[in-house]
Design a binder for this molecule. Structure first.
Ligand code: SF4
Length: 129
């Protein structure tokens, strides 16, 4: 069940997503840099803001182990078992351990990453990078 805080955070992220230009979905995307040290471009800056709103982590299994962030179980699936690669919003990119996330456009996200908006998805074919 979604609590008020989670609902407001999700709504804020959707608002930011809808404000982005369609060009953000173009090919040739690079992996998100949450530190902002390796990438200082606008796409990464925007993605970082959205990712922070979603409590995105680069390794959801590790984050669950360390207890840095806590995502609720969804349909009986524990946080550690909620990687981007099994999320409905994720499309894997062939040849990379990363893929596209519909909620964090303009960058690639880590296949083993995760966020509070994870939704169990069907297995999809990978797209070419
Ligand atoms: S693919 Fe899913 S779990 Fe990963 S960041 Fe996007 S919404 Fe969150």
């Amino acid at each position: 069940m979604m609590n008020r805080r989670l609902f407001l955070q999700t709504a804020a992220c959707w608002s930011a997503l809808l404000a982005l230009p369609k060009v953000a979905f173009a090919e040739g995307l690079k992996l998100i840099d949450l530190s902002g040290k390796k990438r200082a471009d606008a796409a990464n800056k925007t993605a970082m803001g959205i990712a922070q709103g979603l409590n995105y982590v680069e390794d959801v299994a590790q984050a669950a182990k360390e207890g840095k962030v806590k995502f609720p179980d969804k349909g009986g699936v524990k946080m550690a078992d909620q990687p981007c690669s099994s999320c409905n919003f994720y499309t894997c990119v062939e040849g990379q351990k990363a893929g596209k996330c519909m909620l964090i456009p303009g960058v690639l996200v880590h296949a083993g990453g995760g966020c509070m908006s994870w939704v169990k998805g069907a297995k999809k074919a990978c797209v070419k990078a």
